[in-house]
Design a protein around this ligand. Structure first.
Ligand code: ASP
Length: 320
């Protein structure tokens, strides 16, 4: 803004617009880790955004592309934003007919946190540790069921990497959301799942599912998870998956509204109660320069380059 022709002042854009709700679009189902993160953030945003009403909309499908496209095409008035995970960087490869450009159609608002994943199993699985699990998988091979939250979900990506590392194919069982996969895992309907600690921790703690390994480079320090080996310790060289989350608005958001959003998000992401809650679930808050929009964008581009060959090698696409 700021152009001032013929003596007329262009009014600064008002944000939030009075009585207009703010929608946070989430590409995954209600009750999953991205949804819960979005709801925690929405709660914290009310105050810095002047009491605006904030709704979370879950728009599932096409590896996150449906929700992401909705935000790409929305009015850049600050009232529609996206919270997405690593899918933002895997989508351009997973979805070959993408109706928008990840690098070009968004105003980046900054990253939130990174979350390691856990390999978890049904409660009555006989394997007591990862070694026994690997032996059981080798023995049962294509009878093993591995749940996921749909093509392009984090659980799906982790499963792809895991099967490639083990050189084994398991039976992929797609769900509409990871909360449904966890419910079936607890009931013994599927054998295994790989999902974020922010989702699996409480079930592991309550002994409702079995935990075998973490996907981080180092062991985690949280008491519930500290006894779990990393996948690398278990012989899967270079195996490391961390699910990062970021916030995005449509391209064309005014710098003033972008700054307002960035400041509001910062105040939530540095709130001690919010940080404590996320860290207790295994998340690592972003404290480096990737909290800044430009660095966030650069990081997403580097992740697109990193995941593209992995996905192409697996030959799995969300729109086939
Ligand atoms: N954890 C889910 C996945 O597998 C997504 C989510 O609900 O955050 O991608």
């Amino acid at each position: 803004m700021g152009a001032c022709w013929f003596g007329h002042h262009v009014a600064a854009q008002t944000f939030p617009i009075k009585d207009k709700p703010i929608t946070i679009v989430v590409p995954f189902s209600a009750g999953g880790p991205t949804d819960r993160l979005a709801r925690d953030i929405a709660e914290g945003l009310r105050k810095p955004l002047g009491g605006a009403s904030i709704v979370v909309e879950n728009l599932v499908g096409a590896g996150g592309a449906i929700a992401t496209q909705k935000v790409a095409k929305a009015a850049p008035d600050g009232h529609t934003i996206l919270i997405n995970h690593i899918g933002m960087a895997t989508m351009p490869t997973l979805v070959r007919k993408l109706g928008f450009q990840v690098d070009n159609d968004f105003t980046y608002l900054g990253m939130i946190h990174e979350v390691p994943m856990t390999i978890v199993g049904r409660p009555n699985l006989e394997a007591k540790d990862y070694k026994q699990l690997a032996a059981w998988i080798a023995k049962n091979k294509d009878k093993v069921n591995l749940g996921n939250a749909g093509v392009g979900s984090a659980s799906h990506l982790c499963g792809l990497l895991w099967q490639a590392a083990l050189r084994t194919e398991m039976v992929g069982i797609p769900y509409k959301g990871v909360s449904m996969a966890i419910t079936d895992l607890m009931a013994g309907q599927i054998d295994l799942l790989c999902d974020q600690t922010t989702n699996t921790m409480t079930y592991i703690e309550a002994n409702k599912i079995k935990a075998y390994a973490v996907t981080s480079a180092k062991r985690l320090s949280l008491p519930t998870l500290s006894n779990l080996p990393t996948m690398q310790e278990m012989g899967l060289k270079g195996f490391q998956v961390s699910i990062w989350h970021g916030t995005y608005a449509p391209k064309g958001l005014s710098p003033q509204v972008q700054a307002q959003w960035h400041a509001a998000l910062r105040s939530v992401l540095t709130d001690p109660a919010f940080v404590k809650k996320q860290e207790a679930l295994g998340a690592v808050m972003i404290t480096d320069k990737r909290i800044e929009p430009d660095e966030h964008r650069k990081f997403v581009l580097s992740e697109i380059a990193k995941w593209s060959p992995v996905i192409k090698a697996a030959g799995v696409y969300a729109d086939q």
